[in-house]
Design a protein around this ligand. Structure first.
Ligand code: SAM
Length: 283
């Protein structure tokens, strides 16, 4: 007997991974949570049947969502992660000894508990003493914050279900308010490839651009996300992702990474023509 996990990437495209066994399945107050074990991708986490991360390719997503902004703003001391209950973004952040405080706001405690048990590869550093976990809706949490964070990382699910509010103009406006004068917000920005994802990506970009004076987009190749072509948003009050980037300063930190490097940093902001056009259409 063969067991397969299948996610519908569009009405006409399926993505499947052969599963060795299912390690966990449960329904939280917010979503269905599953963890599978596979030969090709190791363990992987899905929420409501959508791929969140696999052990094999999560390094790409987590390195790119953390090291790009940190290399532009290595003095960031207080960081907020919204979503990200798997702990992958926190794992990369705690490698910077200069960061003093990391607040993680995850709506679903069950995601954190499940990841601690089944996905230690991402969740192992959630116990770092600089990390505080708040089990709250990120949209509500951010409303009362002002001039507090140097960096906000929005590591959310897609713009439906519990993650919907994290793609609204109100949310981005409140992130702007919650950031310090040189603050940066980075968010997962969906994919430009399939029309259904591209529409969500353009909507998010339009709203971010309306809230921040600097709003750029960068890309990475993430094999298990729809089409494999994924975007991140870099929004900032003052710092520019390329002109304020000091590659030598980051290299001096001697952090070992498997995807991010200072050349990828610059290259990731060079977007294909069709993607640039989609972004320009809503700017
Ligand atoms: N890297 C992933 C991706 O793009 O597919 C995201 C992974 S992470 C597990 C996303 C987390 O965001 C989930 O654990 C989910 O519970 C959390 N989340 C969704 N909506 C949220 C909200 N409104 N406030 C805080 N956390 C939220």
């Amino acid at each position: 007997m063969e067991l397969w996990f299948t996610e519908k990437h569009t009405e006409n495209v399926l993505f499947s991974i052969k599963v060795d066994k299912q390690l966990y399945s449960g329904q939280s107050d917010f979503q269905r949570i599953d963890v599978f074990e596979s030969k090709e991708f190791g363990r992987f986490l899905t929420l409501d049947g959508f791929m969140m991360l696999t052990e094999k390719d999560e390094f790409i997503y987590h390195e790119m969502i953390v090291h790009v902004p940190m290399a532009v703003y290595p003095d960031a001391k207080k960081v907020l992660v919204i979503g990200g209950g798997d702990g992958g973004a926190v794992r990369e952040l705690v490698r910077y000894s200069t960061i003093e405080q990391i607040d993680l706001v995850e709506i679903d405690k069950q995601v954190v508990d499940v990841c601690k048990k089944f996905l230690p590869q991402t969740a192992a550093r959630l116990e770092d003493p600089r990390v505080s976990i708040f089990y709250e809706d990120g949209l509500r949490f951010i409303r009362s914050r002002e001039n507090e964070y140097d960096l906000i990382i929005v590591d959310s699910t897609d713009p439906f279900g519990p993650g919907e509010g994290l793609f609204t103009r109100e949310f981005y406006g409140n992130c702007f308010k919650a950031l310090t004068d040189t603050g940066i917000m980075v968010n997962q920005h969906e994919s430009p490839f399939y029309p259904v994802d591209a529409v969500a990506m353009q909507r998010a970009h339009k709203r971010v651009t309306a809230s921040f004076p600097i709003s750029r987009v960068y890309q990475a190749h993430i094999p298990t996300y729809p089409s494999g072509h994924w975007l991140f948003g870099f929004a900032s009050k003052k710092l520019h992702p390329i002109t304020d980037f000091d590659p030598e300063a980051w290299e001096k930190l001697k952090l070992k990474t498997d995807y991010y490097n200072t050349k990828i940093h610059i290259g990731a902001f060079a977007l294909p023509t069709y993607v640039r056009k989609m972004l320009e259409d809503v700017e």
